[in-house]
Design a protein around this ligand. Structure first.
Ligand SMILES: Cc1cc2nc3c(=O)[nH]c(=O)nc-3n(C[C@H](O)[C@H](O)[C@H](O)COP(=O)(O)OP(=O)(O)OC[C@H]3O[C@@H](n4cnc5c(N)ncnc54)[C@H](O)[C@@H]3O)c2cc1C
Length: 389
């Protein structure tokens, strides 16, 4: 492995609160540019936990569905979210190419979008249009693409689109690898420490304090707390209070032995993909629910939808819950990235359905803000001030 050696540590002391995909990408980018950064997370080392970590990033599917996400967007969405998602995919390609282990963990095998009626077909066309506008490779088919077995997918597919440039990250090992890379650039990661407060004086950030009475001085604090910000942190950075949890669940089943699936399959109601011998499928979405209890009825309904999408595939046995997590939903479904609260306090949260996709581009934006530099134009209009009125 050939990682560049860390640069001399310089610039403001930065603390990132939250080691989900967003916090880790922020820390990685800050450290890569030679910054002085410590990431803090309330969860202990995630790989060794018996109980699931609270971070949504561990529950997520890891789809890098920059264009497919058009299947799910409604009229209330931020009007420039699609542009940001396209930038997110580019940032992932660059990051994945920079490290051989990430190249293995983040695959760009594309997505197959299926429509079974006119309403779905309009959504699939919208996703294809988005791919076209962004110069991504795609093709549209009446019915199924000819290389797929109509006996497996059924005769009812009206329209399909292949978007060749999308990807999926193997979430848990990718998080572990991003942490290793951040460390190799000189970042520190403190786990099992819960931040109770961002301390400030004279209107400026001075650091963070922990539930065990300790504290850490800082000039800049990044709040990458997902859907899990405490009331105290919401008082410090009021835009965090605009983020609501949306409980989501991923299921797992055993696909038929001969079922070959290279790409992710998506409809407006579900997605599924193969990970070794397993078929993973998602996802439920319940806005306002903040528990992590598995829901067998919702799982059964989603599994039924998988089998309807593959009417000719014989599944062995039932399905079980793979993961449950809380998506951090902002009012317009787009991230909140920018200064909020005392001078030096920055919010990087509210990534909703797209936290994985938008992790690396968020990291680049935050690294610029932390150094007092301008963010890339694609990030204009995603600041906390858009909710001020
Ligand atoms: C079922 C499901 C499927 C999904 N699928 C996809 C997908 O395919 N593609 C995609 O792009 N996105 C997907 N998402 C969305 C994505 O997972 C989220 O947008 C993303 O994980 C948010 O990352 P985050 O780092 O902001 O928050 P999180 O991952 O929730 O991390 C926040 C971290 O902050 C820590 N924290 C909070 N408060 C404190 C404190 N006071 N002190 C210390 N630590 C603290 C928490 O412990 C946690 O580790 C999915 C989500 C779910 C639930």
């Amino acid at each position: 492995m050939s990682l560049p050696s860390p640069r001399r540590i310089q610039g403001p002391r930065v603390v990132v609160v939250g080691a989900g995909i967003v916090g880790l990408c922020c820390a990685l980018e800050i450290a890569r540019r030679g910054g002085n950064v410590v990431v803090v997370d309330a969860d202990a080392a995630p790989a060794s936990l018996d109980s699931p970590p609270r971070a949504a990033s561990f529950a997520a599917a890891g789809m890098l569905g920059a264009f497919s996400e058009a299947l799910h967007e409604g009229p209330g969405h931020h009007r420039r979210l699609s542009e940001l998602c396209a930038d997110g995919l580019k940032a992932w390609r660059a990051l994945a190419a920079s490290d051989p282990e990430l190249t293995e963990l983040v695959r760009f095998d594309g997505a197959l979008l299926l429509a079974h009626d006119e309403a779905d077909a309009a959504r699939v066309k919208r996703a294809a249009d988005r791919a076209k506008r962004n110069g991504a490779r795609f093709d549209l088919h009446d019915g199924l693409p000819s290389d797929l077995d109509a006996r497996v997918y059924g005769a009812k597919v009206k329209l399909s689109a292949r978007i060749h440039d999308e990807g999926v990250a193997a979430t848990r090992p990718t998080l572990a690898r991003l942490g290793e890379i951040a460390l190799s650039y000189g970042a520190s990661i403190l786990r099992g420490r819960s931040v109770t407060e961002v301390t400030s004086s004279g209107g400026k950030v001075r650091g963070v304090s922990f539930d065990d009475g300790g504290n850490l001085p800082a000039d800049v604090v990044i709040l990458a707390t997902g859907a899990l910000a405490s009331e105290a942190l919401q008082r410090t950075a009021p835009s965090l209070a605009r983020i609501a949890p949306a409980k989501g669940m991923i299921g797992v089943a055993i696909p038929p032995a001969a079922f070959d699936l290279a790409e992710t399959v998506r409809t407006p109601r579900l997605y599924f993909w193969r990970e070794e011998e397993r078929l993973l499928f998602g996802a439920t979405s319940e806005l306002g629910r903040s528990d992590l209890d598995p829901d067998p009825d919702m799982l059964a309904a989603l599994y039924l939808e998988v089998r309807r999408t593959l009417p000719g595939a014989r599944f062995e046995g039932g399905a079980s819950v793979h993961a449950v997590g809380l998506r951090p939903m902002s009012p317009d479904g787009a991230p909140i990235v920018g200064f909020d609260g005392p001078e030096g306090c920055i919010v990087a949260a509210g990534h909703g359905r797209n936290g994985w996709l938008l992790g690396p581009t968020t990291g680049a934006a935050i690294a610029a803000l932390a150094r007092g530099e301008a963010v890339a134009p694609v990030w204009r209009g995603f600041g906390p001030d858009r909710f001020a009125s």
